[in-house]
Design a protein around this ligand. Sequence first.
Ligand code: PXG
Length: 455
Amino acid sequence: MNAKQHDTKALQDLDKQHYMHPFTDSKAMHKKGTRIITGADGCYIYDSEGGKVLDGMAGLWCVAIGYGRHELADVAAQQMRELPYYNSFFGTAHPPVIKLAAQLKKLAPAHISHVFFTGSGSESNDTNVRLVRHYWQAKGQPKKRTIISRYNAYHGSTMAAMSLGGMKGMHDQGGIIDGIEHIMQPHWYHETLVGESEEDFGLRAAQALETKILEVGADHVGAFIGEPVQGAGAVIVPPASYWPEIQRICKKYDILLIADEVITGFGRTGNWFASETLGIEADLMTIAKGLSSGYMPIGGVLISDRVAKVVIEGGEFAHGYTYSGHPVAAAVASANLSIIEDEGLVEKVRDETGPYLQHRLLELLDHPLVGQVRGIGLMGALELVQDKASHTNYPKEVGIGGICRDYALANSLVMRAVGDSMIMCPPLIISKLEIDELMEKTKKSLDQTLAHVEG
Ligand code: PXG
């Protein structure tokens, strides 16, 4: 598997000439040379130079069941032979999509009754914007069209999903759509006031929603959207007081609650959905990534009975994608969910590997660079700081996250840097032994980073 069989230089040259990469500074990448990944198995990826690298990010937060599951390849091939494509527009459907919808209904919280399929998390959040506005229109309240989100949220890259997100760098490249408002994020470590408890901070961060609703006018606000735990924003786990207060405010002002579970869904936090872990009852839930473990592009929106009833009564919902409920993607997602269920991966994260990863991460608090450890289930973050007492990061020019990420890669570990936070989100199949390897490589990379900045 890891024997060198590829001409790296030739691939890099072609890549440079023709391939425009997502979220990439092309010039900087081509100066170094693109890393070419040629194979993968379990928790490991293989590159074109024969390197074997522990994938601490499950691809891009998605490969829940690990790489190399040939069962899914067989299911895809079989479905391609039987029915490679048909749509579910204009009164049709096919067995794989019907089966997947029913499977999701069983796994989702009890108040969820329906699912709308898309090709990705971004499309799903665009669907949410259409659904929210259609819902309130159908209920005779068309002015309730504003959606409130948080700064530093990530909800995708299409126009509406990007607007819902709170990433300034994205907003600055072309602006956002109308009817979206942002409030503070629940990032205790960086946004707490002196002497404020974590619980009080959580309440204050949630009450920013009430302030915003009153500013916009409750009769103009249709929904609030949030990731139960922010992922791309740097694994920000809100204080326990946060979500109950958000839920209370949404109920009080009759505002739909959307939980974006694209990263947190399908076992990541030790339950099928983080909404269960954190006690959220959402009207709409965004799903993607772990739904198919990334083996096929598919996403969706889980729809509560309350919303589904209004949409169904409201006539045609004029929205859909060519690949909504794609039969091959649906069949693969179904098989993936069966693997998660049959292998007890959610329980394994809840009872064994989740607590173990969190315990091992907390040990790193002793490291001079680590100011805070954040995490839940099988996702974690280490906040690298210059001064622990004042929670002060290194100056931006140092680029400490990037330095640590590069050392990790040299140590054959993929760990993402979000600013000064080192992020991990390994496949759900990771063993305790592999978590030990993950921690060893992380610790070595932190030591090298410290020597680098002190040197
Ligand atoms: N919602 C959340 C919470 C996500 O994390 C999306 C929606 C969009 O999904 P699609 O399938 O359209 O990409 C995501 C995606 C990163 C990174 O840098 C994270 C994502 C995507 C790309 C990069 O951590 N998450």
